[in-house]
Structure formats: structure tokens, C-alpha cells
Design a protein around this ligand. Structure first.
Ligand SMILES: Cc1cc2nc3c(=O)[nH]c(=O)nc-3n(C[C@H](O)[C@H](O)[C@H](O)COP(=O)(O)O)c2cc1C
Length: 163
């Protein structure tokens, strides 16, 4: 079997967009930074997201049945670290700041000036190893002119020089 360290070392070089996935329910809104998001099909519009089985947001999404994928823009690096659980930034892991509005229809937190935003209905969970693959039917898709921020080689990197 391939050494997992070899796998993660090579995977660090695969640049990914970064999102903050949000959900909301009887215990209030919650969010987590997630880079493993992928377009699944255009018809019907669907995405998949991969979530560690120990993440709190997994059960919340399954319980609430609806979530929002907010692709972060260049100004959101600290916010993404906060929603990844970095202790020093814990005070930013809430939805009270100017970064967030609450969608009155879904009660989901929506990130202001996100590069793209997808509102999803949870359809199915697939288990594999340490992670769960969530398939979501996209009910709404929005985008802005904000440039997305990518993550590669262990850091956030701008795509500003791509023209
Ligand atoms: C750049 C970045 C990308 C991440 N991508 C994922 C991911 O795709 N899936 C995942 O389960 N966790 C990912 N994480 C880790 C979660 O954000 C972190 O475990 C978070 O604390 C989970 O929160 P929760 O337990 O409240 O759900 C990522 C963290 C960072 C910094």
C-alpha cells in the first residue's frame, strides 16, 4: 500500500479552492472550512463535499438537511483559519460580523463577497475510511467578481496573477 505520507505530500501540491460550509438548525448556525468540494453534475446541479467523520458539522448537515458552500475570496484567509478551528482566531468563528448575512428563507449564513455561493439540499451520505462524502442538490447558485483564494502547499495563495 502507498505510504499515506507520500500521498499527502504529493496532494499538498494540488491547488484547491477553499470554502466555508455553513448550516443552521435548532442549535443555531455553524460553519467549517472545507476544501474538498467538487462539482458532481450540472443536470441536475449537484456537488459533493468530503467531511471528516469526527467534524461537528457532519451531523448538523445530516440533521438540518440544508447547507451553503461559500467559496472564499482573497480577503477571507483569516476567516477560513478561524472556521478551521485555529484557537487564536476563535473569536472570529461566529456569524455576528460584517462578513455574514443570514438568508431569511433558509436561515443559512451567507458570506459577503464570497467568490461563489451554492445553497444545497443534503441528498446522500457515502462512507469511506475517515471521511463522509455528502452529495448535495444545488438549489441556488450565485457568484461575484471577487477573486477566489486557493490553498496549496500548506498555505493560502492568491490567483491574482492569473489575469
Ligand atoms: C484549508 C483547509 C481546508 C480544509 N478542508 C477540509 C475538508 O475538506 N474536509 C474536512 O473535513 N475538514 C477540512 N478542514 C478542517 C476543518 O475545517 C476543521 O476540522 C474544522 O475544525 C471542523 O469543524 P467542526 O468540527 O466544527 O465541523 C480544512 C481546514 C483547512 C485549514
Amino acid at each position: 500500500m502507498l505510504d499515506p505520507t507520500q500521498f499527502t505530500s504529493a496532494m499538498r501540491k494540488a491547488a484547491t479552492p477553499v470554502s466555508i460550509v455553513t448550516t443552521s438548525g435548532e442549535h443555531g448556525p455553524h460553519g467549517a472550512t472545507v476544501s474538498a468540494v467538487c462539482s458532481l453534475t450540472a443536470a441536475p446541479p449537484a456537488v459533493l463535499i468530503c467531511i471528516n467523520k469526527n467534524s461537528r458539522i457532519l451531523g448538523m448537515i445530516e440533521e438540518h438537511g440544508v447547507y451553503c458552500v461559500n467559496y472564499i475570496a482573497q480577503s477571507h484567509d483569516q476567516l477560513a483559519l478561524a472556521f478551521a478551528g485555529v484557537p487564536d482566531l476563535a473569536d472570529q468563528r461566529n456569524f455576528g460580523s460584517d462578513h455574514w448575512t443570514i438568508d431569511p428563507q433558509t436561515s443559512l449564513p451567507v458570506l459577503s463577497n464570497a467568490a461563489a455561493i451554492f445553497t444545497c439540499l443534503h441528498i446522500q451520505t457515502v462512507s469511506f475510511g475517515t471521511h463522509r462524502i455528502l452529495i448535495g442538490k444545488v438549489e441556488r447558485a450565485d457568484s461575484t467578481e471577487a477573486r477566489p483564494l486557493t490553498y496549496w502547499d500548506g498555505d493560502f495563495r492568491s490567483v491574482a496573477d492569473m489575469g
